[in-house]
Design a protein around this ligand. Structure first.
Ligand code: ATP
Length: 138
C-alpha cells in the first residue's frame, strides 16, 4: 500500500492516527513534503497548518510548533497543541488574534519575551483561523 501511518500527538491527547498518502509540514527550514519511503529525519516545526492527503482527500490540521519524526513506516508529529478543523473554536481564535495584535501594537516598552510570546500567540490564532476556514492548504 502506498501509505504510511501518521500520528499527531500532544501532551493532552492523540489528535490524529491514520494511514495517509502524503503529508506537507512547515519545518523551521521550509516546507517539507513527505511521501511513503521518505528517509528518516527529525526536524522542528513552525506554527502552521499541516496538510495531509488521505484517500485522495486533503485535510488540514493546525499544528503549533513541535517536531516531526519520520521513521520507516510511521511519521509522528509531537506538538504542544494541535487541532482538527472541526475542533477549532473560531471566535476564541479571533479573540486571541485581536489580543495578540493589541499587544504587538502597544507602544509601551515591553521586554522581548512578551513581544515574542505575542507573536507566537498571533501565529497560533492565524493558523487556527486558516484551518477552520479550510484555507490552510499550502
Ligand atoms: P487562547 O489565548 O485562546 O487560550 P492559546 O494559543 O494561548 O489560545 P494554547 O496554549 O495554544 O492556546 O492551547 C491551549 C489548549 O486550548 C490546547 O488544548 C488547544 O488545543 C486549545 N485551544 C486553543 N485555542 C483554541 C481554539 N481556538 N479552538 C479550539 N481549541 C483551542
Amino acid at each position: 500500500m502506498n501509505t504510511f501511518l501518521l500520528e499527531i500527538v500532544t501532551p493532552e491527547h492523540l489528535v490524529f492516527s491514520k494511514q495517509v498518502n502524503s503529508l506537507v509540514v512547515r519545518g523551521v527550514e521550509g516546507e517539507l513534503g513527505i511521501l511513503p519511503g521518505h528517509i528518516p529525519l527529525v526536524t522542528p516545526l513552525q506554527v502552521a497548518p499541516l496538510t495531509v492527503k488521505v484517500n485522495g482527500e486533503t485535510l488540514t490540521i493546525a499544528v503549533h510548533g513541535g517536531f516531526v519524526e519520520v521513521h520507516k513506516d510511521k511519521v509522528t508529529v509531537l506538538a504542544e497543541s494541535a487541532e482538527l478543523p472541526k475542533d477549532i473554536d473560531l471566535e476564541r481564535a479571533e479573540a486571541a488574534k485581536e489580543r495578540a495584535q493589541r499587544r504587538l501594537q502597544s507602544r509601551s516598552r515591553q521586554d522581548e519575551i512578551d513581544h515574542r510570546r505575542a507573536e507566537l500567540a498571533l501565529q497560533r490564532a492565524v493558523t487556527r483561523i486558516k484551518v477552520s476556514a479550510g484555507k490552510g492548504q499550502q
